[in-house]
Design a protein around this ligand. Structure first.
Ligand SMILES: *Cc1c(COP(=O)(O)O)cnc(C)c1O
Length: 386
């Protein structure tokens, strides 16, 4: 596969369905449904597989494509992003310690807090906007795992992966990056020194709001990676056959979708800066963003399709603006072809650190003029009474 490395990610994704030769030289792959594989009389497995909870041709191709896109050694698909993330965390033993990004995907943060408390695993958070704080937290006590999310929910802080990885590796810690929002097209964490990349493939990789899936990609094999493999096999959180097929199909247009979402997000963010109804626009592509300099170095071809706005008038106004949207769909999740908006603090619920005046926007591939007009109208509506 050495020749494929020279191909652009755009070519790799566009031709994803046809890259692994099938017996009939299909352009689109078949859906592999077999759960078990025949054994020869001598006890060997001529197909190289034993049972589909371990490895299955159903997910071979999507895994191979993701490995190429991330420039990694190997990928594992999971039944969800959470299944992928928890498979990594479950490699930790009592007495070990994790340092994680303070603002991160809320469900994972909650689970992490409870899991670490239950198993006496140390857990400390760093300020996602501040690399010095990250290094300080790493050095405060022996660290086994550094969990980075970049850009991080819901304010899109960008952690300097190269700087974080060199500090973590000097202390012997494994570096994991939740790169769901960046996608392999904007950031390649393994090339910057990360050990494992995690994706909620539910989001941009699949991109059509119709598959829940997760993925991990490693830079190189390691005892921890082998343990993660066993966690998937024994925990059984594998991706279904049809979902694997849909994911591969979705990835075929990844480059087009991501390019459009990022370009529109940049245009919308710029257009909303200075709007009288908006206190702050949070987007790494804006020079005003706290981590714009790092983002400009670390992200290629755009800053992603996620942005947040903080409205004047506090929570009531943020909810009213969200309610007044009509092109944006009010729903959680992100990274699909249709644009979504949510009043984030109320989705996260009690204990959330998310500002109550924040609306999180996932920019899809619709005409950006329609999205901007919708936002401007919603910001206008009731502004006299807000
Ligand atoms: C959605 C999401 C997850 C969780 O993934 P699921 O596929 O919903 O289990 C983790 N991290 C980020 C950044 C996400 O957006």
């Amino acid at each position: 596969m050495t020749t494929t490395r020279k191909l652009s990610p755009r070519t790799l994704t566009a031709q994803a369905l046809g890259r692994i030769a099938q017996p009939y030289h299909d352009i689109a792959p078949p859906i592999h449904v077999s759960t078990t594989f025949e054994r020869a009389g001598d006890g060997s497995y001529p197909g190289g597989r034993l049972y589909a909870r371990d490895v299955s041709p159903a997910f071979d191709q999507a895994e191979a494509l993701l490995t190429e896109l991330e420039g990694g050694h190997q990928s594992l698909l999971f039944a969800s992003g959470m299944a992928a993330a928890t498979a990594v965390i479950m490699t930790l033993a009592p007495g070990q310690r994790v340092v994680a990004c303070r603002s991160m995907y809320w469900a994972l943060r909650n689970w992490l807090v409870n899991f670490c408390a239950q198993w006496q695993i140390g857990l400390d958070f760093y300020d996602g906007a501040d690399i010095d704080d990250l290094v300080r937290q790493l050095r405060a006590a022996p660290t086994d795992l550094l969990w980075i999310e970049t850009p991080a929910n819901p304010s899109w802080e960008v952690t300097d992966i190269a700087a974080a990885a060199s500090a973590a590796h000097a202390l012997g810690a494994t570096v994991v990056v939740d790169s769901t929002v960046a996608t392999p097209l904007h950031t390649r964490p393994l090339e910057l020194g990360a050990d494992i990349v995690m994706h909620s493939a539910t989001k941009y990789l699949n991109g059509h709001s119709d598959v829940i899936a997760g993925a991990l990609v490693c830079r190189e094999d390691s005892p921890r990676w082998q343990q993660i493999r066993r966690n998937r096999n024994m925990g059984g959180a594998i991706l279904g056959t049809f979902e694997s097929w849909l994911l591969l199909r979705g990835m075929r247009t990844l480059h087009l979708r991501v390019a459009q979402s990022s370009a529109s997000a940049q245009a919308i963010a710029e257009a909303l800066v200075g709007h009288p109804g908006v206190v702050e626009v949070l987007y790494p592509g804006l020079p005003s963003h706290v981590n714009h300099a790092v983002a400009a170095r670390q992200m290629q071809g755009g800053f992603g399709g996620m942005l947040s706005i903080r409205t004047i008038g506090g929570e009531a106004r943020a909810r009213a603006v969200t309610a007044a949207l009509s092109v944006f769909k009010r729903a959680t999740s992100l990274g699909a072809v249709e644009s979504l908006a949510e009043h984030r603090a109320s989705v996260e619920g009690p204990g959330s650190a998310c500002p109550v005046d924040l609306i999180r926007l996932s920019i899809g591939i619709e005409a950006s003029e329609d999205l901007l007009t919708d936002l401007l109208a919603a910001l206008e509506s009731g502004s006299g009474s807000g």
